[in-house]
Design a protein around this ligand. Sequence first.
Ligand SMILES: Cc1ncc(COP(=O)(O)O)c(C=O)c1O
Length: 303
Amino acid sequence: MKSAPAAGARAGGPRLPDHALWVNGRIVRGEAAALSLYDRGARDGEGVFETLRVYAGQPFQWERHLERLVLAAAELGFPVPPAPSLLRAGIVDLLEAGGMSDAVARITVTRGIPGGRPTRSGCWIEIEPLEGRLWAGARSGSASARFSRRPFEPGPLGRYKTTSRLAYRLASEEARTARVDEALLVSAAGEVMEGATSNLFAVIGGEVLTPPLARGILPGITRAWVFGAAAELALACREATLDRAAVAGADEIFLTNSVQQVVPLASLEGRPLHAQAVGERLREAYRAAVERERAGVGAGRGD
Ligand SMILES: Cc1ncc(COP(=O)(O)O)c(C=O)c1O
């Protein structure tokens, strides 16, 4: 594994982070962590990515994440991304460089620089400690959310985790300004889609309901895990169109993503949600799946 000199301060520029990144097969730092301006990912935002958690050195739900990444790249006409074994070795190298075994990893793949034969995708991997990424409410057990005030449509690319994330970022900023953990994305017609960085489940009349993938939202890896776990726990779980009023009046709401795991909400729009039993059961089941993987008993569900 190669390592580049530390970044340090750049004259007149921001101080770059000094952690190691894996860029197109090399471990680099600071200014060396660069993407060509000729890369279509840099120029036109033509990229897809995966964010996943690494527990005790093991990326959780690795096959699921890689499957989503490779399928997205193929469906969107990207060059073939680096082999999963290479990406996994990159994560191992970064964990070693950062002295970490638990972390959040992000793998980004771009459409690369056109004209080569064959065209290679651009690819980089970042890892960071979990601390800075966890929602305050996920840590304290009092997670909160609000509806984004900016109407949202997932559009034809909403089912891919593309790097064109401005609509999602603006909603996340709304949440931060309002001092809540997550913003829920709602269409102009009042249909609740997903969170800015999560999928949403509402418990209504004893059923666990979640917006349909057919609406073009992100097919979350954790969302898929919940369906499997709900079946094992004999919980009725199905897709359903949910409008704002249905979500606002739900008995229980929980959010899912690969970093936060399963997060029962304690409040929505400032209204306390007292019931959390279903979300708690699934949260515990998720943690147990992680522990099983940590102990090497087997990968997470579906791996
Ligand atoms: C818009 C959106 N929906 C849902 C999710 C949850 O996906 P996953 O469970 O694969 O992390 C994410 C994750 O970042 C997201 O950005």
